[in-house]
Design a protein around this ligand. Structure first.
Ligand code: ZN
Length: 244
């Protein structure tokens, strides 16, 4: 069983098309989305329509929560707030209902899916103490859950936990050890923040205990043009070119 894992699409239709074309070429068995289908960029309905049409397993992100009206963007910076309120006005009724219906977290066999942190959609796993807190929560769910997949930071991460210590693994391919627990972030499809503008995806091979990270080029200019034409803040277009 091979699963493609994506996160933080953020209404970037060009990046989503490119990533899904790569996933289709890989012929994986399932695709999972770790939230934030919308926000920042200019194609919210088109991106939600694709996720719905593919019947993709998906959890709720913080931008999805604000765009659908479940939450208010009180903690957002002014640019993110403007974009999420624009998105709220753009969403069709069906897509708003769909986003509201997404679970905040989901268990699938021995893996656990969430957006920011376990039991907190808005909190980041950025530092070692964040990771340690989340490994504690993961352990509370029982020994059968070994891996938590998350998004929100827009940066790929493989954090492992063994004998009470957290380690970071940076290789593009990672062989998972049976004795360890893991927290894994596939990186962002629609707004990468690791200085590489290409869209990110991850393939998790459960049978061979292997992670393979991938990056895909997409038409950044087309996405930037739509952001400007929609009247969204120009910073959102500029950051896509440099992947920050
Ligand atoms: Zn996000």
């Amino acid at each position: 069983m091979r699963t493609a894992i994506i996160a933080d699409i953020h209404s970037n239709l060009e990046a989503l098309h490119a990533v899904l074309a790569r996933i289709d070429a890989f012929g994986t068995d399932e695709t999972i989305c770790l939230g934030d289908i919308v926000g920042y960029n200019a194609d919210p309905n088109e991106c939600v329509n694709i996720i719905r049409a593919r019947n993709m397993r998906c959890v709720l992100g913080n931008h999805d929560a604000c765009a659908s009206g479940l939450e208010e963007p009180d903690g957002f910076n002014p640019v993110a707030r403007r974009a999420v309120l624009w998105t709220r006005a753009e969403l069709t009724c069906e897509n708003r209902v769909f986003l509201k219906s997404l679970p905040r977290e989901q268990r699938v066999g021995d893996i656990f899916l969430f957006h920011g942190s376990i039991h907190d959609t808005n909190r980041y796993i950025l530092y070692m103490n964040d990771a340690a807190d989340n490994f504690t929560e993961l352990a509370r769910m029982g020994s059968s859950i070994r891996i938590g997949f998350f998004g929100h930071t827009h940066m790929r991460a493989v954090l492992s936990y063994y004998r009470r210590s957290v380690s970071v693994e940076n290789a593009p391919e990672v062989k998972l050890a049976e004795k360890k627990r893991y927290l894994i972030n596939p990186g962002s499809v629609g707004q990468p923040r690791d200085s590489d503008p290409r869209a990110s995806l991850l393939v998790y091979d459960a049978d061979n205990h292997r992670l393979t990270f991938n990056r895909v080029e997409y038409d950044v200019h087309a996405c930037q043009d739509k952001i400007i034409r929609a009247g969204l803040p120009s910073e959102l277009a500029e950051r896509l070119a440099s992947g920050i």
